[in-house]
Design a protein. Sequence first.
Length: 382
Amino acid sequence: MSAATDLPYTDEHAIFRRTARRFFGTECVPEQHEWEAAGQVPRAIWERAGELGLLCPTIPAEYGGGGGDTLYSIVLMEEQVRAGVVAPMLSLHNDVVAPYVARYGTEAQKHRLLPQMAQGCMIGAIGMTEPGAGSDLQAIACRARRDGEDYVIRGQKTFISHGHMADLIVLAAKVGDDPASRKISLFLFETANAEGFRRGRHLEKLGQHAADTAELFFDDVRVPASSLLGDEVGRGFGQLMDRLVEERLMTGVGAVAFIDRALELTIDYVKERKAFGQRVFDFQNSRFKLAEATTEAVILRVFLNRCIIDFMNGRLDADTAAILKWWSTEQQCAIVDDCVQLHGGYGYILDYPIAKMWLDARISKIYGGSNEIMKEIIARAL
C-alpha cells in the first residue's frame, strides 16, 4: 500500500535511482560489518560515489555538480535507507554542507571547493554543536578574532558527523574578543595542514556505527580571511536558520523511507513466523498494529510530498518544516519500536535488520534541532 504521489519524477530520475540502488546494494551493503567495526567508511567509497555522479547532484553544473533538482536528493536518500546503509552519509555532504558553499560562498569559494566535493576528494562536515551548546546556537563559545589578514579560531566542537574524515568544515564561531558578542559567522575551514587543529576520539554511539562522529579542537588556528563564508561578518546565524529548512525536510524524507523499510521487513517476517500453530500475522494484534502503522505511513507520505513540492517552489516555511521533522521522526521511532516487538526475541538480535534500525532511528529525534525545539518553533507561530 502506498500514498498517491504528485512528485514530478522523470526518466532521468529513474536512471539516477537505478545507479544509486546498484551503488548501495553492491558496493556498500557487503562492507557494512567491516565499516561498523572501523567506525568509518574508506575514502575510496566517496571517490566512487563521485565517479557515479552521486555527490552534489543539486549543485549547478558550472561548479562541478549534477545541476539537478531536489528530487535527486530525495531519490538518493530513499535508496540509501532502502539498502540499510548508514554510511557514507551522503545527504550531510550533498544537502547540508555543499549548499552552504553554493548559496552563500563567493565565486572564488564555489569554483575552488564545490568541484572537489562533487568528485569525492573533499568530504564535508558542519561544525555547530559544542559541549555547552546544542540546539541553542547563540550559546556557542568558539571564537574567531581578526588578526591582520587572518582569523584566529579557538574553541571546541562535538558530535560532529564526518569529524574524523572531513576535509572541509562549515564552522560556526562568534567573531571578536567581546565575550558579550552574539555575532556568529561561518567559516569554510579546510583541515589539511591546519596547525592547532586536532581531532579527538571516535565517539561511541548507540547506533549508526559506520558513521564517524568526533570531537574537534581549535587551538588558535589561523585561517585566511578569505575563509569567511561569503563576504560579510555576522551573517552566520541567519545562514544557519535558512539552511535548516532543507535539512529538516531531508530528515523527514529519511524518516518516511525508514518507516517504509521497517514495515516491509516486518510484514514479511510475521507472514513467515509461526506461533501457536498459526502465522504471527494471523493474530488480530499483529494485523491491527500493522494497519495502524501503515495508515501513519500513508498520511506521512502525503504530507511529505506536499512539503517537497512546496520546497521546490520556494514555499516551504520553517514552521511547516518543523512540523514535518517532529512528527515524522516521532512516528519513525514509534513504528520501528512496534516492529521490533512484532519480531519477538529476534527483534532484539542484531543479526536482524530491524534491531539495527531501532538503534539507528533514535538520533533522528535529536539532530537537526531536537523535537522539543520543533514544538517551540511550531508554538511560536500559533
